[in-house]
Structure formats: structure tokens, C-alpha cells
Design a protein around this ligand. Structure first.
Ligand SMILES: Cc1cc2nc3c(=O)[nH]c(=O)nc-3n(C[C@H](O)[C@H](O)[C@H](O)COP(=O)(O)OP(=O)(O)OC[C@H]3O[C@@H](n4cnc5c(N)ncnc54)[C@H](O)[C@@H]3O)c2cc1C
Length: 466
């Protein structure tokens, strides 16, 4: 970088970033893109993040969080995160899942390797403010992105987390509402915990409380919607298991008469699970859940299904259709962030920016790495968009069907290119890969036959259901 406007007023100092790419966001998506790009092209990259370092939302996550999927599916293509099989505990036999400190350490390690290449620099505590301008929060320095340098938007689908988002309900001055992160900082055990949210953060909070000895009857769960979740046992880094699940999804879809029927068929096939078998879920963000967690969650019987919580007063929860009493000094735990950000899929390669999104459904790290590889190895943006159409995250059952259709079609598209297929089969973050060293396997052969047989009818039916 060179200083072009030196002076004593730091706010007016403007430097030009010397790079071929400026990547906005140093979370999982930005890191996976930069790693794959710089491994396959001799380019310079400036990584910009308003946070002080790399790792994105994990730097602010609640301390008891873990990846909900196997570690091996997460991170960057060049460096496997974890990879071991759990030898003890309730998930014995399943692949390990990294904790928050392990994920943050991993990204620091990857960053050091990138920086030591001399081709990547991190501009931490720096905000991209639009108009090809980056401003440092610490020095006030303004940096410009030169013409010809490509901007990569690695924050389009950045998650919304409770630690950084006010509760989406009114809170009276004398009510005790805490973000999920503060559960580890309570001084005194309350008579009642009220956990607000239907997603992974809420289930993590409840599992945390129950495994620390809290009585299930001391928990009230405000669950506006019931979620479908994926059984963790079938989302594992073993092609016979993962592709077996994909084949069962396609078989379930080809026979389904409605979206509800599809999910019930997937439940019968051991793919989807729900917390309360008496309730038909309407939400399908579909994080993975293990059986031991499901057993714990089912012990909480005080579930409030009154739609979205509108207000919290001391001793009272307010809903559109009335109120529900809670303990006088209940601790209300805010787990009601959106988590996955729901935005429409847009072309990855646009005139203004490369916008990172999942390509194969539901796997943001693999999607960002794939975009990095394709960017490094191809020059025509229209062709890159043809090979890598984006797919959205799910929310409703119809969204899930759409995500599955678009993600499957995208996988068919990029896998038709021999070099992309060969690269994708080598990287652990690709959940559907068959590694080159995977020996002959009758089980896998059977799975691949089933997958090929059911996919055409399954995709056609999913398309009509979505
Ligand atoms: C609790 C939780 C658990 C999850 N577990 C998994 C899992 O097991 N497996 C999985 O595949 N996915 C998981 N996800 C899904 C999640 O979408 C992924 O972690 C995802 O890859 C997030 O990475 P990201 O880079 O998109 O967003 P982030 O990590 O949020 O990174 C985006 C970055 O952009 C920066 N930024 C935004 N705007 C600007 C700006 N104007 N200027 C500078 N910087 C900016 C932000 O500071 C941030 O650091 C989980 C999500 C949550 C919330």
C-alpha cells in the first residue's frame, strides 16, 4: 500500500489498496473463498472485516456452541478441521464437532498460513462503507479499492445472532431478558428459565441448561414454530452414509403427495426428526440434531405455542392473542435471532461484486471454496455463473424443497466439468464427495445405484412441491 494523501488529519488520509481482490467479510465464507482462490491463482487479496480478526460470527458466539455438523464439512479446502471420530460420549461413533475456541483457533492458523504466503493481508477492524471505500475503525484511515480490483461480498448471507441483535419483542424495564451468551454469566439460579426461539440456538441453550442440572420443569420454551431437524447420524463424512441419505431423500420425494407427506416420509426413513411427534412442523432450516439431544429436549413439557412473542414484562409474556404467566424473576433467554440470513439467491458473479452463496445446498463453506476455485480457473463470468448457480437457505418446508432442487441441479452442473469434479472429490468440505482413496465398496455401489435411480423422479416431484 502507498500513502497518497499524507497529513496530520488521519480521517482524510487515503491510500489505495494494492490487491487483485478485496474480500468484504473474513468469516467462514470469505476465508474459504480466499483459500481456494490463492491456492489456484497467483493473486493478491485484501481481506476486510469490521471485526478485529478472522472467524466471523464465531468470535461473538455463545461459549457453549459447537458446529452442528461434522467439523470436516466446515472451514477451508486446504486444511481439514478436525476429522476424528468421537470415541466416547453420547455421540460415540459420529464425527467430531468443533467448539467455538477450536473454530477460532483454526481460522487464526489458516490466516497465518495465508499471510505468510505474502499474497494475503488482513485489514481488521475496518469497514467497507460502499463506493469502493474501506475505513479503519481504529486509525480512521480511508482506503480506496482501485479500478480493476474485484470486490467479493462475503457477508451477503452472514448470520444474524442474538449477541448482536436486540430481541424482536418489547422488554419492560423490570424484566430480566438476556442474550443466550449471558447464560454462562448468571450469578444466581432463577426459579424459571424462559427460552425464546425455535432454532438451533434455542435447542443449544436448553441442552446446555439440562446438562448442567436444571430441572426440565424449570424451563418454559416459547416455540413459535416447530422445526424439522436432520438426524446427525446420516449427515456424516462417509460417502455411503451421506449419499445414502441423499438417495433416501430422492426416494421419499418421488413418492410424496405433499410437503408434509415428504417430511413424514423422510422421518420414517430416519433422515428428519421433530421434537414433538404430535405436532406437524412448519419450519425447515434443518440443522442437525443427535438422538441424545432430542431425548433431552423432549423432557421440557412447558412449551408455549402462541406465535411470536411480542413483549416481556415482569412475570408475564405477551402474545397477539393474550398473555402467559411466568415466574416473577424468570430469566428470559433471547435465542430469537434469524440465524441463517434469508435472502434471495442472486448470480454469484455480478457486475459490481462476486457475491458468495451456497452452491450445493446448505454448505456455505464448500460453496465459497468452489467459487474461489472456479474464479481461479476460468475467465468468463457468464460461464462461471452457468457452472455455479447459487442456492438459498431454507426456512419453510417449500424453501427446503427449493434449496434441495437448486442445490442438486447446481451439483450436476459443476460436477460435469472433470477438473472441478476432481478438485471437489479431494476436499473434505464437500459433503457429497467420494474421496479418490475410497476403496471398492459394495455398500457405496448400492447407494450410487439408488441415487441414480431415484434422482430424476425425486427432483421432478420436489420441483412441483416447491
Ligand atoms: C450458531 C451457528 C452455528 C452454525 N453451525 C454451522 C455448521 O455446523 N455448519 C455449517 O455449514 N454452517 C453452520 N452455520 C451457518 C453459518 O451460516 C455459517 O457459519 C456461515 O458460513 C457463516 O459465515 P459467513 O462468512 O457467511 O458469515 P460471518 O461469519 O458472519 O462473516 C461475515 C463477516 O463479514 C463482516 N462484515 C459484514 N459487513 C461488513 C462490512 N461492511 N465491512 C467489513 N466487514 C463486514 C462481519 O464482521 C463478519 O465477520 C452456523 C451458524 C450459526 C449462527
Amino acid at each position: 500500500m502507498d500513502a497518497t494523501t499524507p497529513g496530520c488529519d488521519r480521517w482524510s488520509v487515503t491510500r489505495t489498496i494494492e490487491a487483485d481482490y478485496v474480500v468484504i467479510g473474513a468469516g467462514a465464507a470469505g476465508m474459504a473463498f480466499v483459500d481456494a482462490l490463492t491456492d489456484h491463482a497467483d493473486v493478491r487479496v485484501a481481506l476486510v472485516d469490521r471485526r478485529h480478526s478472522v472467524g466471523g460470527h464465531w468470535l461473538e458466539a455463545y461459549p457453549f456452541v459447537r458446529l452442528h455438523q461434522a467439523s470436516a464439512f466446515y472451514g477451508v479446502a486446504s486444511t481439514v478441521l478436525g476429522g476424528a471420530i468421537q470415541q466416547e460420549g453420547p455421540e460415540k461413533g459420529l464425527h467430531e464437532r468443533a467448539s467455538q475456541p477450536e473454530i477460532c483457533d483454526y481460522y487464526e492458523h489458516v490466516l497465518r498460513r495465508m499471510v505468510s504466503s505474502g499474497r494475503v493481508e488482513l485489514l481488521g477492524s475496518s469497514e467497507y462503507v460502499g463506493d469502493r471505500t474501506v475505513v479503519s475503525h481504529l486509525s480512521g484511515e480511508r482506503l480506496t479499492v482501485p479500478a480493476g480490483c474485484r470486490i467479493v461480498d462475503a457477508r451477503y448471507l452472514a448470520p444474524v445472532i442474538p449477541a448482536e441483535t436486540p430481541p424482536p419483542f418489547a422488554v419492560a424495564a423490570d424484566a430480566h431478558v438476556v442474550p443466550v451468551n449471558d447464560l454462562v454469566r448468571l450469578d444466581e439460579a432463577p426459579r424459571e428459565y424462559v427460552v425464546v426461539g425455535s432454532g438451533k440456538t434455542a435447542t443449544d441453550a436448553i441442552v446446555f441448561l439440562l446438562t448442567r442440572g436444571v430441572d426440565p420443569d424449570a424451563i418454559c420454551w416459547v416455540r413459535p414454530r416447530d422445526p424439522w431437524m436432520l438426524s446427525r447420524a446420516v449427515v456424516q463424512p462417509d460417502p455411503a452414509v451421506f449419499l445414502g441419505m441423499a438417495a433416501d431423500i430422492m426416494r421419499s420425494a418421488s413418492d410424496a403427495t405433499s410437503l408434509d407427506d415428504l417430511f413424514l416420509r423422510m422421518e420414517a426413513a430416519g433422515i428428519m426428526i421433530r421434537i414433538d411427534p404430535r405436532v406437524t412442523p412448519t419450519m425447515a432450516k434443518a440443522p442437525t440434531l443427535a438422538t441424545w439431544e432430542l431425548d433431552l429436549l423432549r423432557t421440557v413439557e412447558n412449551v408455549v405455542r402462541r406465535g411470536h412473542l411480542e413483549s416481556v414484562d415482569r412475570g408475564k409474556l405477551g402474545f397477539a392473542d393474550g398473555s402467559v404467566s411466568i415466574a416473577d424473576k424468570a430469566v428470559v433467554v433471547h435465542c430469537a435471532g434469524d440465524g441463517l440470513r434469508l435472502r434471495p439467491p442472486i448470480p454469484v458473479w455480478g457486475p459490481e461484486a462476486i457475491t458468495l452463496q451456497p452452491i450445493r445446498s446448505g454448505f456455505p463453506c464448500f460453496g465459497a471454496a468452489l467459487v474461489g476455485y472456479v474464479e481461479a480457473t476460468r475467465s468468463d463470468d457468464a460461464e462461471k455463473n452457468r457452472l455455479c448457480p447459487s442456492s438459498p437457505y431454507g426456512n419453510s418446508l417449500a424453501d427446503w424443497a427449493r434449496m434441495t432442487v437448486l442445490g442438486t441441479r447446481a451439483a450436476q452442473s459443476f460436477s460435469a466439468e472433470p477438473d472441478i469434479k476432481a478438485w471437489a472429490d479431494r476436499v473434505a468440505i464437500n459433503p457429497a464427495r467420494v474421496p479418490p482413496d475410497y476403496g471398492p465398496s459394495d455398500a457405496l455401489d448400492g447407494v450410487l445405484e439408488r441415487l441414480a435411480a431415484h434422482t430424476p423422479a425425486g427432483l421432478a416431484r420436489l420441483s412441483s412441491l416447491m
